[in-house]
Design a protein around this ligand. Sequence first.
Ligand SMILES: [Zn+2]
Length: 96
Amino acid sequence: MKWSWKVARVAGIDVQIHTTFFLLIIWLGISYWLVDRSLASTANGILYILALFLCVLLHEFGHALVARRYGIQTKGITLLPIGGVAQLERMPEDPK
Ligand SMILES: [Zn+2]
């Protein structure tokens, strides 16, 4: 995906982070900082969001690995501020 940075390759699948995801982290960092100007609470807030997106990443790997089980490869997984996207090579002809 355009404007994405490859950060890892797991099980043969590229993991990418879209540039706007970094903007989300910066925005949240500033927001947490403005609440009480505490570095600890800012770090906790950012870590919470990163843990949340780790769950999103695991969810997308669920899509990718099930697709692989049915013979469909995944080009990559991209994390965006609104969630994640597993880019399958194609959609199955039989949705079941
Ligand atoms: Zn899903």
